[in-house]
Design a protein around this ligand. Structure first.
Ligand code: HEC
Ligand code: HEC
Length: 319
C-alpha cells in the first residue's frame, strides 16, 4: 500500500528528475521517544479497518441518545402547539449585555435585515425592490398568529427563526442555538427602545366622528400595517389561502357581517367570488374606531361598493 503510494507520486514527478531511491525508507532512521513518534501514530485513522469494533471500522455512529458537543436540541415540533408552548416555556438564557447585542445586531444585519429592515420596520431591500410581501413591522405590526409583535414572546421568535413561518424560510441550518438567541435579544432591544421613545408621547384621545376622507386615510395606514400580510397590497388575497377584499361579493353583500369578522376573527368555510376558503383570520385587536376606518378604506378601493362605516356601527361589534 505504501509502496503503491510512492510509485504513484513518483509517476507524477517531472520526467527529467530521477527519483532517488536512496531517499526511500520504510522505517524511521531515528527514533525519539520509543514508539510514540509520529512515524508510527498510535491513534486510528478515520475509516481504517480495525478489529476493535464489531463492524470492523474505526468510524462509528454516535451512541443513540447522544448529541455533538455544543449542539443544543430544540424540543418543540413545527406546528401551532409547538409555537404556543415555545412561547410559554422556551426562555432566553442569555443576559442582554453589550457583547450579546452587538453580535445579535451583526447577525440580524446579515440574515434578517434585507426583509425586516435595519430597524425592524419591514423596509429591507428585498421588500422595497421586489414583490415579496412585507413581513409585519416588529415595532408596529401584528403577528399572523395574533397579538402585537411588540408583545411577542421570545420563545415564539426563536421558534419562527428555527422553522420559518409562511413566506419566511427556516434559519436553523444557518444559525446555531446561541446565535438565534442573540438575534432575539437584539430584536427585543429594538422593541424596548421603540417603547421608550413613544411612551413620552401624550395619548391623543381617538377622534370618533371622522369624515369619510379622514377614515380612508386612517384606514389605509391600518390596512398597510395589518391586513396586507394576508389580503395583499392589491386586496386580491391569495386564491385558496386568503380571500380577496377587492371586488369581494362576500364583503359587499353584508357590511355588518364584515364588521363582525374584523372585530372577532373568522374561521370555517366561506365562498368568496366562487372560491372556497377554509382558513383562520384572527382578531387583530383593532379598536371599534379603527375597524370603522379600515373597512371604509377597503370599501372605497378596488371596485368595492363605497360608503362609510361609522363608529356607531362598530362600537358593539366585538363579541
Ligand atoms: C425573505 C424575507 C425574510 C427573511 C430573510 C426573514 N424574515 Fe422573518 N418574516 C418574514 C415574513 C414574510 C414574515 C411574516 C410571516 C407570517 O407570519 O406570515 C416574518 C415573520 C417574522 C417574525 C414574526 C413571527 C410571528 O410569530 O408572528 C419574526 C420574529 C421574524 N420574522 C424574525 C426573523 C429573523 C430573526 C430573521 C433573521 C434570522 C428573519 N425573520 C428573516 C420574512 C423574512
Ligand atoms: C393572518 C391573515 C389575515 C389577516 C392579517 C387579516 N385577514 Fe381577513 N381573512 C383571513 C382569512 C384566512 C379569511 C377567511 C377565513 C375563513 O376561511 O373562514 C379572512 C376573511 C376576511 C373577510 C371576509 C371575506 C372576504 O374576502 O370578504 C374580510 C372582510 C376580512 N378578512 C377583512 C380583513 C381586514 C380588514 C383585515 C385587517 C384589519 C384582515 N382581514 C386581516 C386572513 C387574514
Amino acid at each position: 500500500m505504501i509502496l503503491a503510494g510512492v510509485v504513484t507520486l513518483g509517476a507524477c514527478a517531472e520526467h527529467t528528475r530521477e527519483y532517488d531511491t536512496s531517499q526511500q525508507h520504510f522505517e524511521p532512521r531515528h527514533r525519539f521517544t520509543a514508539d510514540l513518534d509520529m512515524y508510527e501514530s498510535p491513534s486510528l485513522e478515520p475509516y481504517q479497518e480495525t478489529h476493535l469494533f464489531n463492524n470492523g471500522l474505526t468510524s462509528q455512529h454516535p451512541v443513540a441518545g447522544t448529541i455533538p458537543r455544543g449542539f443544543m436540541p430544540y424540543p418543540y415540533p413545527n406546528d401551532t402547539s409547538g409555537y404556543r408552548r415555545a412561547g410559554e416555556e422556551w426562555l432566553n438564557p442569555l443576559e442582554s449585555n453589550a457583547k450579546v447585542l452587538e453580535k445579535g445586531e451583526d447577525l440580524f444585519m446579515k440574515f434578517c435585515s434585507h426583509c425586516h429592515g435595519a430597524s425592524g420596520e419591514a423596509d429591507g431591500s428585498v421588500i422595497m425592490n421586489s414583490k415579496f410581501p412585507p413581513p409585519p413591522s416588529f415595532l408596529e405590526g401584528n403577528s399572523s398568529s395574533g397579538g402585537k409583535l411588540l408583545d411577542l414572546a421570545e420563545g415564539k421568535m426563536f421558534h419562527t427563526i428555527t422553522y420559518g413561518k409562511n413566506m419566511m424560510g427556516a434559519h436553523a441550518s444557518q444559525l446555531d442555538h446561541n446565535e438565534r438567541w442573540m438575534i432575539v435579544s437584539f430584536i427585543k432591544e429594538l422593541q424596548s427602545e421603540f417603547i421608550e421613545s413613544t411612551s413620552d408621547e401624550p395619548v391623543v384621545a381617538e377622534k370618533l366622528d371622522m369624515t369619510k376622507s379622514e377614515r380612508i386615510a386612517a384606514g389605509e395606514g391600518i390596512y398597510m400595517r395589518i391586513c396586507i400580510a394576508c389580503h395583499q397590497i392589491d386586496g386580491k388575497g391569495i386564491p385558496g389561502a386568503f380571500p380577496p377584499l377587492a371586488n369581494s361579493d362576500y364583503l359587499n353583500a353584508d357590511i355588518d357581517r364584515a364588521i363582525k369578522i374584523v372585530a372577532n376573527g373568522l374561521q370555517g368555510e366561506i365562498v368568496v367570488n366562487g372560491i372556497t376558503y377554509n382558513g383562520v383570520m384572527v382578531d387583530n385587536g383593532l379598536t371599534p374606531n379603527e375597524i370603522a376606518s379600515v373597512l371604509t378604506f377597503v370599501l372605497n378601493n378596488w371596485d368595492n361598493s363605497g360608503g362609510v362605516v361609522r363608529y356607531e356601527q362598530t362600537k358593539n361589534a366585538r363579541d
